[in-house]
Design a binder for this molecule. Structure first.
Ligand SMILES: CC(C)(COP(=O)(O)OP(=O)(O)OC[C@H]1O[C@@H](n2cnc3c(N)ncnc32)[C@H](O)[C@@H]1OP(=O)(O)O)[C@@H](O)C(=O)NCCC(=O)NCCS
Length: 298
């Protein structure tokens, strides 16, 4: 990540505003191409943004000295019978990543959703991406208890490698919850003791010095269970077999523990990275801070 001073300077000058002009929608297309290098078919087009902003979507741009450096896009959706927003795109130009832009965009998206009376924003994310897990779960306070196998099919732009399924979490960001409210205020998060917690998935270095997942443990019953993740999947981009073994192990463990009532409640990002699983019904801080959400949701 960038030095904190640089990050603070960028943060001070950063302006977040709703995107309403055709030229701004065109810029969203350019940013997608820079960030994901997708073909045209895999890129959300200008005409989608034109109608989206007229029909209840939230489309916000981040500007540094007049240049759009990132954007976030969500549309109205229904989850478990209640109206919410589904966030489909969050992208920051590569040279501006790590400066706090992505975080600011998400907090601005939350503020806008709160103004509209919503209490939930969902999105999908690849469970093997540690940096995104750190952003979504640890920094923003989203949780997940939903794992979808090969959700987008073998769309080449979305896979981690040839013939690797596009597994996805559905993230739930309960934007009025105490957990999210505290993170929005920048309150420090609780530390997690990695050594003392049982691990359903744990890596071990192989002879080549690469981290390989060991046998998955499905008999754990502790209040907190860890699932290890590669710190940076890009380092393994030429190792499709290892990526595949990690995906198989992480999928098996997460789906099993989700069925037992666990959800992912935190993420530990360090030399070694871990999802923290806890029983969802014991997470008291998912309750809305102010009386707002209907009881049905929980
Ligand atoms: C993911 C993305 C939007 C994050 O935006 P960003 O501006 O780079 O991120 P920020 O500087 O705001 O950092 C926000 C959080 O992300 C995580 N993060 C960012 N860079 C990180 C890194 N190098 N290592 C680990 N975590 C990192 C941290 O949790 C950080 O919060 P913290 O500063 O409180 O620790 C951006 O990197 C991006 O466009 N990536 C490609 C597109 C993508 O993956 N989009 C989907 C996101 S779910």
């Amino acid at each position: 990540m960038q030095p904190k001073s640089e990050s603070k300077a960028a943060g001070a000058k950063l302006k977040i505003k709703p995107l309403v002009r055709f030229a701004e929608f065109e810029e969203c297309v350019v940013i997608q191409k820079e960030v994901w290098r997708h073909d045209d078919l895999d890129t959300t087009p200008v005409h989608q943004f034109c109608i989206a902003v007229k029909t209840g979507s939230i489309l916000l741009g981040a500007f540094l000295e007049g240049k759009m450096v990132g954007f976030v896009y969500s549309f109205p959706s229904v989850f478990r019978g209640r109206l919410c927003h589904h966030s489909h795109l969050l992208a920051v130009r590569p040279e501006y990543q790590g400066l706090g832009v992505g975080k600011k965009l998400k907090w601005a998206q939350r503020s806008e959703a709160l103004k509209r009376g919503l209490d939930l924003i969902t999105w999908t994310v690849d469970p093997l991406q540690a940096k995104n897990a750190n952003l979504n779960i640890h920094t923003l306070g989203a949780i997940t208890r939903t794992y979808w196998d090969n959700f987008y099919g073998y769309t080449p732009a979305l896979t981690l490698g040839l013939n690797i399924p596009t597994d996805r979490f559905l993230m739930e960001w309960m934007i009025r919850s105490e957990r999210v409210e505290l993170r929005a205020k920048g309150k420090p998060k609780r530390g997690q003791a990695v050594e003392s917690l049982p691990k359903a998935v744990e890596g071990q270095l192989n002879e080549a010095g690469l981290l390989e997942p060991q046998r998955v443990k499905l008999n754990l019953t502790a209040g907190r269970v860890l699932v290890e993740l590669l710190r940076d999947i890009r380092v393994y981009s030429q190792q499709a077999a290892i990526i595949s073994r990690w995906q198989t192990a992480v999928r098996k463990a997460l789906k099993h523990y989700f069925r037992q009532g666990y959800g992912v409640s935190d993420f530990i990002y360090g030399e070694r990275c871990f999802y923290v699983l806890e029983r969802i019904d014991r997470l008291k801080d998912l309750k809305p801070k102010k009386l707002f959400a209907s009881k049905k949701y929980f």
